[in-house]
Write a protein that binds this ligand. Structure first.
Ligand SMILES: *[C@@H]1O[C@H](CO)[C@@H](O)[C@H](O)[C@H]1NC(C)=O
Ligand SMILES: *[C@@H]1O[C@H](CO)[C@@H](O)[C@H](O)[C@H]1NC(C)=O
Ligand SMILES: *[C@@H]1O[C@H](CO)[C@@H](O)[C@H](O)[C@H]1NC(C)=O
Ligand SMILES: *[C@@H]1O[C@H](CO)[C@@H](O)[C@H](O)[C@H]1NC(C)=O
Ligand SMILES: *[C@@H]1O[C@H](CO)[C@@H](O)[C@H](O)[C@H]1NC(C)=O
Ligand SMILES: *[C@@H]1O[C@H](CO)[C@@H](O)[C@H](O)[C@H]1NC(C)=O
Ligand SMILES: *[C@@H]1O[C@H](CO)[C@@H](O)[C@H](O)[C@H]1NC(C)=O
Ligand SMILES: *[C@@H]1O[C@H](CO)[C@@H](O)[C@H](O)[C@H]1NC(C)=O
Ligand SMILES: *[C@@H]1O[C@H](CO)[C@@H](O)[C@H](O)[C@H]1NC(C)=O
Length: 402
């Protein structure tokens, strides 16, 4: 049977640090939901305003009655870089966290190809990761953010000053960047939590194994909402597999203004339940706990007005300068796993996901108009890590954007 997030709130383990602060109401599923809200808020130019009603004093006080911190401290907004990377970072005491949030990018799947780069050597991931690879463009796009933030110097400063835990999140393309950020910053012992929403595969199996060892269980949730097709955009192969744990949420948030979704957990990368829906409903990509560009209260769940407006604006911006060449998968890839589906997960699989025709606009996440990158191309190329591989990756990215 499906488990509700309400039930999870009652039973889930607290983080050690939350326990230290005696946060009776903040469960790990609540943390995942908060990361989802922030991922969607990254599409707003003003995350502080859209999040104001969710991360307010009342919410902080209800979880941490004795906290004297501000409920929301925006550290910075960064980007767009040459490749269009954007995001923001924030201190949220109610989450006991400093969070880096990567914004997605409408049309990423036709802007970038699926070539890989060895991140074992590039990010110095140690002796067990010499064969680790990741999506080239996502890696390059992440490294541009690392560069312009001076290796997230400000965020590291706030982690040190506040004692809160460090986490990363993002949606769509932003979720792919968040996973690359997590393996880099997690391996270096900085980041402890990694959440992604509606993200396609980004790592090969050795890289995913390292990631999974760094972010076990609830520390590394990869969430898929309803029949979101975007996680299927990069199929399973020797070069690409999913990270754990998978987290499939179903519903639209309206059944209960606080939670409103059921969920299933996947403990094996091959489980269909958390793999997205081939030919699914692209609109499902545009609501993760809240509609794209929003941050929860008063916008819980999906809102087709908001989602259609976003899609129309973002696709017009994209097609003004680009042509989609992307062909979404039409057949599920058969995986050879012996499956260790969790009980919750296998009980949940149902057949409601009859393949639907993909919406006409070929997919994607969000927003940033690719032309934003072009505006900065000269300056930003100079700021990119000086190695040949990045110069090449970047040049290709710019060529495709042009
Ligand atoms: C808040 O502070 C008061 C007074 O110091 C203390 O009695 C109470 O236990 C604290 N509450 C929490 C949840 O830490
Ligand atoms: C894996 O990636 C490499 C480098 O991008 C490529 O040469 C190879 O064909 C890919 N293999 C598969 C199975 O896609
Ligand atoms: C590499 O993997 C081995 C076997 O899983 C493990 O014992 C060892 O600690 C790992 N080394 C590092 C540096 O993570
Ligand atoms: C912050 O950095 C200082 C200097 O390196 C260190 O002594 C201190 O323990 C750090 N505080 C936290 C909370 O990490
Ligand atoms: C909605 O969730 C809240 C928080 O868990 C719970 O207190 C409330 O009873 C739920 N309402 C409904 C209608 O399920
Ligand atoms: C896709 O999802 C949206 C929002 O849930 C819904 O309004 C729409 O009817 C769905 N489209 C199809 C083809 O099922
Ligand atoms: C959400 O789901 C409920 C129950 O299935 C349905 O009545 C409602 O129309 C849905 N709302 C949206 C915005 O999809
Ligand atoms: C959906 O969004 C529109 C536009 O912001 C708003 O007017 C409407 O009230 C929202 N609907 C719901 C059910 O929240
Ligand atoms: C694929 O993208 C990479 C950079 O991400 C680029 O170096 C390479 O030339 C591209 N390959 C093709 C066939 O476009």
């Amino acid at each position: 049977m499906r488990t509700t997030l309400v039930a999870a709130a009652a039973t889930a383990a607290f983080s050690a640090s939350a326990l230290a602060q005696t946060a009776a109401d903040v469960s790990s599923s609540q943390y995942e939901r908060y990361h989802g809200l922030l991922s969607m808020a990254a599409y707003s130019n003003d995350p502080t305003t859209v999040c104001a009603q969710t991360f307010d004093q009342a919410a902080l006080t209800s979880s941490f009655p004795n906290s004297t911190e501000a409920p929301w401290t925006l550290i910075q907004q960064f980007g767009p870089t040459a490749m269009g990377t954007q995001g923001f970072s924030v201190v949220i005491p109610e989450m006991d966290k400093v969070v880096i949030v990567f914004k997605g990018m409408f049309g990423w799947e036709s802007t970038f190809n699926d070539s890989t780069v060895n991140i074992g050597t590039l990010l110095n991931l140690g002796p067990n990761c010499t064969d680790c690879t990741a999506h080239s463009a996502a890696t390059a796009a992440y490294l541009e953010a690392r560069e312009i933030t001076n290796d997230f110097e400000l965020e590291q400063y706030y982690v040190n000053q506040t004692g809160h835990q460090f986490s990363v999140t993002g949606h769509g393309w932003g979720g792919m960047l968040a996973q690359v950020a997590a393996i880099d910053l997690g391996w270096r012992g900085l980041v402890r939590w990694s959440h992604s929403h509606g993200a396609a595969r980004v790592f090969n199996p050795p890289a995913a194994a390292l990631y999974n060892s760094l972010f076990g269980g609830e520390a590394g949730q990869r969430t898929v909402a309803n029949d979101d097709p975007v996680p299927t955009y990069i199929p399973e192969s020797a070069n690409y597999t999913f990270t754990l744990q998978g987290f499939h949420i179903t519903g639209n948030g309206t059944s209960n203004a606080t939670y409103g979704y059921d969920y299933a957990v996947c403990n094996d990368a091959s489980e269909a339940e958390c793999a997205g829906t081939v030919g699914g409903n692209f609109t499902d990509h545009l609501a993760y706990y809240t509609p794209i560009g929003m941050c929860g209260k008063p916008y819980w769940g999906s809102n087709t007005t908001v989602e259609e407006s976003f899609q129309s604006t973002a696709s017009q911006a994209f097609y003004a300068t680009a042509t989609s060449t992307f062909v979404p998968p039409t057949m599920a890839v058969t995986t050879s796993s012996t499956s260790s589906s969790s009980a919750a997960s296998s009980a949940v699989s149902d057949s409601s996901a009859g393949a639907q025709t993909a919406t006409a606009v070929s997919g994607a996440n969000a927003a940033a108009s690719p032309s934003a990158g072009a505006d900065h191309s000269g300056a930003a190329s100079a700021s990119v890590v000086g190695g040949g591989v990045f110069a090449a990756v970047l040049a290709a990215g710019l060529a495709l954007l042009a």
